[in-house]
Design a protein around this ligand. Structure first.
Ligand code: MLT
Length: 261
């Protein structure tokens, strides 16, 4: 826990710092396959974003920029003054882009997995409002069960029951207040598209080829707009590609880190 008791994180390994930010409605535990595998090439740090896992909720109105501020405060608490590799999956990617906008000098690389730069559309915001109303009177497990058909790919739904159960287990531990706060923050997030051309660090865009929430074309457009980006596609994986096909996800991350030097 950080000294101010705001942010909890887990870490593994030694070497250059790599920070990975989790998806909604999960916590740092979704990075277990990466914590178990990547410690020989980096110091992998995986925090719980505000309101999730063991971290405190928002101080004021929920906003992804506040999440990015908490990540910056965590780096300070860990004494990480040198630029780091920062990555995020889906909601974690929204936060990573908010961080890139506000703290560009603290980055040496960016990993954007199964995420998008655009803000919610009007229809997307209306759907958020419906999910907020649902989440206010249901558990986080109910929320994730409702999302599950789109949260993982078809192969995972049909043939990887242990992965689906792991996702349900992590979601079941989340508080309704954390879930609702994150939904509000995502609904109100600004468009990060204008930031992309200014990203000056090598960037890895990763996407599951069967991501039902972020179409492949969206990931391709994201990579095309960032000057130093490469795109890695993960076969037989959906939105939670790091959990669904960890070997391929880890391999993509390893070769990105090796190229960064
Ligand atoms: C996530 O996986 O973090 C969420 O699906 C992102 C979103 O709802 O926009």
């Amino acid at each position: 826990m950080t000294p101010d008791n705001r942010m909890k994180w887990e870490e593994a390994g030694e070497g250059p710092a790599v920070v990975l930010l989790h998806a909604f409605p999960l916590d740092h535990a979704m990075w277990r396959p990466q914590l178990a595998n990547l410690g020989d090439v980096c110091r992998l740090i995986v925090p719980d974003l505000p309101g999730f896992g063991g971290s405190a909720g928002f101080d004021g109105p929920p906003a992804l920029e506040r999440m990015a501020d908490e990540v910056a405060a965590l780096l300070d608490a860990l004494g990480l003054r040198e630029p780091v590799v920062l990555g995020g999956l889906s909601m974690g990617g929204y936060v990573a882009l908010a961080f890139a906008r506000k703290y560009p000098g603290r980055l040496r690389g960016l990993v954007l997995a199964d995420t998008r730069a655009e803000a919610d559309t009007a229809e997307g915001r209306a759907n958020r409002d419906k999910l907020i109303a649902f989440a206010e009177s249901h558990t986080a497990l109910d929320v994730v069960d409702q999302m599950m058909p789109k949260l993982v790919g078809s192969v995972t739904l049909a043939a990887r029951p242990a992965v689906v159960e792991e996702i349900r287990r992590i979601a079941a531990a989340q508080s309704p207040a954390g879930v609702v706060g994150a939904l509000r923050a995502m609904r109100d997030r600004p468009d990060s598209t204008p930031v992309l051309a200014d990203v000056r660090v090598p960037t890895l865009v990763i996407t599951g080829t069967d991501d039902k929430l972020i179409p492949l074309a969206t990931a391709e457009a994201l990579a095309a707009r960032i000057p130093l980006a490469t795109l890695a596609t993960i076969a037989d994986a959906g939105h939670l590609s790091n959990l669904e096909a960890p070997e391929r996800f880890n391999a993509a991350l390893r070769s990105f880190l090796a190229a960064l030097g």
